[in-house]
Design a protein around this ligand. Structure first.
Ligand code: G6P
Ligand code: MG
Length: 217
């Protein structure tokens, strides 16, 4: 039986995926090229430094490690400017209702995010206490699609991977959940999240019963 729900943060609980994209786009533009929204799908769930590598390769640029650190820092500053203005109003529609259903069903919850800024974002939106376990970018050595972030979440909750459902908006995140041996609910489009076991456009309107029913179907 399912005992725990593991949630990605960016793009599932809050729309910071847009902020990451804005900040990376600004960086790319300053470097003399552009990144499309479609290209951005490849960056979702991927760590800061790996994202930068993908972007630099896309622009055909090679830079020193020192410059790379500066570029990543610049992007993060722009990103933090956007995050700094967030409030509980930025929690995505349906999250509050879904979480109250999760509590009623006595399911455990964990956050599974590759972001080093995850604790700050949770604080901004008033959800620091909403999870039984929090795994963020400071607690892992491998970003998604490696399953580490979700396996650590399951371990901290003392449940097995087969007892977990992952909620993910990123192609890399869906892959991480599947590689971890978990049931994965994709949040977004079925055309993009092809590996997910179930796909919903958002948590809004999704019910815990529906998810649990799908895991036994
Ligand atoms: C999440 C986002 C990625 C981001 C990564 C690292 O996984 O989906 O777009 O690159 O976190 O975020 P950070 O806040 O540490 O730069
Ligand atoms: Mg995400």
């Amino acid at each position: 039986p399912i005992k725990a729900f593991l949630f990605d943060l960016d793009g599932v609980i809050v729309d910071t995926a847009t902020y990451h994209y804005q900040a990376w786009k600004r960086l790319a533009n300053e470097l003399g090229f552009d990144i499309s929204e479609e290209f951005n799908e490849r960056l979702k769930g991927v760590s800061r430094m790996e994202s930068l590598d993908i972007i630099l390769a896309h622009g055909g640029l090679t830079v020193s490690d020192e410059q790379k650190a500066e570029l990543a820092e610049q992007k993060n500053q722009w990103y933090l400017d956007l995050v700094g203005r967030m409030t509980s109003e930025d929690i995505l529609p349906g999250v509050a209702t879904f979480f109250s259903q999760v509590r009623k069903a006595n399911l455990l919850t964990a956050l599974g995010s590759v972001s080093k800024n995850a604790p700050l974002i949770l604080e901004r939106i008033g959800m620091s206490q909403a999870f039984d376990a929090i795994i963020d970018g400071t607690k892992i050595s491998k970003g998604k699609p490696d399953p580490e972030v979700f396996l650590k979440g399951a371990a901290e909750l003392e449940v097995s991977p087969a007892e977990c459902v992952v909620f993910e908006d990123a192609v890399a995140g869906v892959e991480a959940g599947k590689r971890g041996g978990m049931f994965v609910v994709g949040i977004g489009s079925p055309d993009v999240l092809t590996q997910a076991d179930l796909v919903a456009p958002s948590l809004d309107g999704l019910t815990v019963d529906e998810v649990l029913a799908a895991t036994v179907a």
